[in-house]
Design a protein around this ligand. Sequence first.
Ligand SMILES: [Zn+2]
Length: 250
Amino acid sequence: MAILIFILGLLFGSFYLVVGLRLPKGEDALFSRSHCDNCQHVLKWYNLIPIFSFIGQKGKCPYCHEKISPLNIIVELATGFLFTLGYLMYGFSYEFYLYLIVVSLMILIFITDFIYLIILDSPLIIGTILVIILKYIYLGLMPALTSLLNGILLFFVMYLIQFLGSKLFKKESLGGGDVKFAFLIGLILDFPLGLVTLILSTFLALPYSIATLYMTKNHEVPYGPFLVGALFIVIVFLDKFKALLLVLFP
Ligand SMILES: [Zn+2]
């Protein structure tokens, strides 16, 4: 079963790559045929098998022999490993499905925010729908609705931070995608742990922000990867964070 989940993870990773790299450029990710970005040659199905095609073609396009970015294989393998890790930790359970949604968001936001400095709306919308359905099935209607309110609350907290930040620094400090993503974090974790996630994300972002400040002229830092990275950490160590919350606010 773990091997099956790993293969499923590879396929999902491959799909997230296509979505994450093409949608921000306005290209059709779902219905257009996959093609080489260099020579535009349409690829055959056997050129698109995760890992095996990459190894078989020695990391090059079979038509123009342009090198394929190692990002492809890194994303596929990372998704495969993270999916399997979740199955080994949780088995088939509510926690596992919630974890899969978080991992999927993480992969997509890492791709789009680091490369294009945006968070796509579609993964946030699909993630929201899936989390509400999951909470409704496993926890019931009231907890699902309560989580929805928690999401809205965290959205407004993030909106306030963005508003004050732009007043203070006289420029856009957070992207709109970060504020929308805060809603989903609140929906997944509820308000108190959502707030903990926001705080944790600032600590994760700090070293990267300082490094960019000194090493590059462009000071625009993607914030989404640190938000979703913090969400991932809190989800994996959920019991520890819940215990911490009880210590802080008995
Ligand atoms: Zn090519």
